[in-house]
Design a protein around this ligand. Structure first.
Ligand code: TEU
Ligand code: CA
Length: 557
C-alpha cells in the first residue's frame, strides 16, 4: 500500500514529559498534564508530537533505560491516562509519535535480569556477553557516557556491552528472537493507534563482526565508539526487516536518530526505494565547534562559526534533495537551548534572535522540530555549581575529566557544562508568571529557570509580537507553501561571516531568506528590493540594511 507524504509537510513539537506539565502536585510532569496542554500545541500549529520515553524505567537516563516496554512509568500516570491523551490528541488532529529505545534496555528489564543469571539462560543471547581478554575488557571502546563500554559481571565471569551507561546494556540484534521482540513491542503501540516512532540511536544497533578495537590517539584512554559502531554492516537489512514485518502495514511516520551518520548513509535509509525510514535526525551541525583538547569531546565553550554552520546545514540540504529526507532542529532534550547557543540570550536581543533562528530553520527543506519552550525563546539556565546538575552525562564527564584524569580544571569544566549540558533543555516548561511558572503546585523535580517571569507562555500567547506568535506564522507559512516544503536549496555567499542567506526554488517561484547572526548592522544586496516581503522579525524593512539579528524572507514570482 502506498501512503502519502504527510510527514514531509508536518511540523513536529517535542515534549519532554517530565518537564512539561505536572497535574497532581508531585513535581513531575505527567500524561494528564500533557493532555491538558494539547490545545496549546494545537494553537501553535504543530501537526505531530514526539513524546520522549514514558515507559517504566529506573530513570538512570531519564527514561532511556526501559525496564518494561508495555507499561507506563507510574510517575507519568496509567495506561488509561495514555489512551485518553492519545484519543484527545487525535480529536484535535494531532499525531503522537513515541520514542522507541531498542539499541539497549535497562539492566532492570526482565530480559536482562534473566540474561545475567547464567550462560545457558534462554535470554543469555539477548545481550552481548564476552569473556575477559588478559583480565581486561574485550576491546578498547569508550562509552558515550564516559569510561569503558564493558562492564564485568561476577555471576558468570563475563563482560556485557553498554554503549551508554552501565545500566543500559545493549541488545544483541544478531539474535532473531530479539528482533521479533522489538517488532512485537512496535505492534503493541501501533495497534493502540500511535502515529509512529522516533527511533533512539537506531544506527548503532548493528555491531561490526568480531567487535574489533577502534582507532585511538596515543593520549586517549578509549576509542570513540560512535566511529566504530555507527551504520554497521547489517543496519539496512534490519531496518528493511522492520519495515517489511511491521511499518509497511501502518500509515505512520518514522524518524531515525543517527549520530555519526553521513548524507550518503541517510539516503540509504530514507531514499524512495529504501523501504526503511522516512527521515533521519543527524548531528552534524550540533557537533560543530572544535576543542583544542579532543579528549574532552563535546565539552567546550567555543562559539559556533557561522561559515561552518552554513556549510554543515547546506550540505544536508543539497545532498538529500530529491533523494532522502532530513529533520530540521536547533535543539532537543540532549542539546543546550538554541537561542543561547546559536545566537544570544542577552535580553536586549533575545526575542529578535529567537525569531531569527526560527526563520532560518523553518524556511529550509526537511521536517522542522520545535523543542518545548523553543517557541518562547527559552534560554540556558546558566548554573554555576556542580550540585545544580542532574544529568548523568554531565556528571560523569565532570568526574572523569576533573577528578579522575585531571585534564581540565573545575572552573573551566563548569563553564563548559553551563554552555553545553543537556540539563539546559530539561528545566520545566515556563507557562506563566506564578509560582513555579504554573508547571507544578508542588516542589518541581528540577529547578526552574529563574527567568520565567520574563519568558512564559501566558504573556506570549496574547502578544502578537512574541516569539510564540512568530512561530505560529512560520508554521502557517509552511502549511500553505509547496515551495517551502519541496523547493531546491542554494546557499548564497558561503564565506560571508555574519549573514546566512539562501534561496529556495520550486516551479516559477523563488524564496530568499536573509538572516543576520550578529549584533551589528550590515549592508547586503541579494536583490531583495525586487521581492515581496513574506515575513520578518522587525516592524519595517530597510531593504539592504540588515539590523542586529534581523531575519527576512522574500518571495519572487
Ligand atoms: O542520544 C543519543 C546520542 O547520540 C547521545 O550521545 C547524544 O548525542 C548526547 O546525549 C548528547 O549530549 C539518545 C537520547 O536522545 C539520549 O537522551 C539518551 O541518553 C541516549 O540516546 C541513550 O539512550
Ligand atoms: Ca505528576
Amino acid at each position: 500500500m502506498a501512503y502519502s507524504d504527510w510527514w514531509k509537510k508536518s511540523v513536529v513539537y517535542q515534549v519532554y514529559p517530565r518537564s512539561y506539565q505536572d497535574s497532581n502536585g508531585d513535581g513531575i510532569g505527567d500524561l494528564p498534564g500533557l493532555t491538558s496542554r494539547l490545545p496549546y500545541i494545537k494553537d501553535l500549529g504543530a501537526d505531530v508530537i514526539w513524546l520522549n520515553p514514558i515507559y517504566k524505567s529506573p530513570d538512570k537516563d531519564n527514561g532511556y533505560d526501559i525496564s518494561d516496554y508495555r507499561s507506563i512509568q507510574p510517575a507519568y500516570g496509567t495506561m488509561d491516562d495514555f489512551d485518553k491523551m492519545l484519543q484527545e490528541a487525535h480529536v484535535l488532529g494531532l499525531k503522537i509519535i513515541m520514542d522507541l529505545v531498542v539499541n539497549h534496555t535497562s539492566d532492570q528489564n526482565k530480559w536482562f535480569q534473566e540474561s545475567k543469571k547464567s550462560k545457558d539462560n534462554p535470554y543469555r543471547d539477548y545481550y552481548i556477553w564476552r569473556d575477559p581478554v588478559d583480565g581486561h575488557a574485550p576491546n578498547n571502546w569508550g562509552s558515550y557516557f564516559n569510561g569503558s563500554t564493558w562492564k564485568f559481571d561476577e555471576t558468570t565471569g563475563q563482560y556485557y556491552l553498554h554503549l551508554f551507561a552501565d545500566g543500559q546494556p545493549d541488545l544483541n540484534w544478531e539474535n532473531p528472537q530479539v528482533r521479533d521482540e522489538v517488532w512485537n513491542v512496535m505492534r503493541f503501540w501501533l495497534d493502540k493507534g500511535v502515529d509512529g516512532f522516533r527511533m533512539d540511536v537506531i544506527n548503532l544497533i548493528s555491531k561490526p563482526a568480531g567487535l574489533p578495537d577502534g582507532p585511538k590517539a596515543p593520549n586517549e584512554k578509549y576509542a570513540d565508539v560512535g566511529k566504530v559502531v555507527a551504520d554497521g554492516p547489517r543496519l539496512n537489512e534490519f531496518l528493511q526487516e522492520m519495515n517489511q514485518k511491521v511499518l509497511s502495514k501502518y500509515d505512520v511516520m518514522t524518524v531515525g536518530e543517527m549520530p555519526d551518520s553521513t548524507p550518503e548513509d541517510a539516503i540509504k535509509y530514507t531514499g524512495l526505494d529504501s523501504h526503511e525510514l522516512h527521515m533521519v535526525f543527524q548531528f552534524d551541525h550540533v557537533g560543530l565547534a572544535g576543542n583544542a583538547d579532543k579528549r574532552l569531546g563535546k565539552w567546550n565553550d567555543a562559539p559556533i562559526k557561522l561559515v561552518e554552520l552554513k556549510k554543515s546545514l547546506s550540505k544536508w540540504e543539497t545532498e538529500l534533495n530529491g533523494k532522502g529526507w532530513n529533520s530540521l532542529y536547533w535543539n532537543n532534550h540532549d542539546q543546550p537551548r538554541a537561542v543561547s547557543r546559536f545566537a544570544t540570550d542577552d535580553p536586549k536581543y533575545r526575542v529578535k534572535a529567537a525569531k531569527m533562528l526560527g526563520t532560518t530553520l523553518h524556511m529550509m527543506q526537511g521536517t522542522p522540530y520545535v523543542y518545548e519552550g523553543e517557541e518562547l525563546g527559552m534560554t540556558n539556565v546558566h548554573y554555576t555549581k556542580l550540585s545544580q546538575y542532574e544529568d548523568l552525562e554531565s556528571l560523569n564527564a565532570y568526574h572523569e575529566f576533573v577528578d579522575d584524569e585531571k585534564i581540565v580544571d573545575a572552573d573551566s569544566m563548569l563553564k563548559y557544562l553551563s554552555y553545553k549540558s543537556r540539563d539546559n533543555a530539561r528545566t520545566p516548561m515556563q507557562w506563566d508568571e506564578n509560582k513555579n511558572s504554573g508547571f507544578t503546585s508542588g516542589k518541581p523535580w528540577f529547578e526552574l529557570n529563574p527567568n520565567f517571569k520574563e519568558i512564559n507562555a501566558r504573556d506570549q500567547i496574547e502578544d502578537s509580537k512574541s516569539v510564540f506568535s512568530y512561530y505560529k506564522k512560520l508554521i502557517d507559512l509552511r502549511h500553505n507553501s509547496d515551495l517551502i516544503v519541496y523547493g531546491d536549496y542554494e546557499l548564497l555567499d558561503p564565506e560571508e561571516e555574519q549573514v546566512f542567506a539562501y534561496k529556495r526554488r520550486y516551479n516559477d517561484e523563488t524564496l530568499l531568506v536573509i538572516s543576520n547572526f550578529t549584533k551589528e548592522q550590515v549592508t547586503r544586496d541579494y536583490g531583495q528590493s525586487k521581492g515581496k516581503l513574506l515575513i520578518g522579525n522587525y516592524d519595517d524593512d530597510l531593504d539592504m540594511e540588515i539590523r542586529p539579528y534581523e531575519s527576512k524572507v522574500y518571495l519572487f514570482r
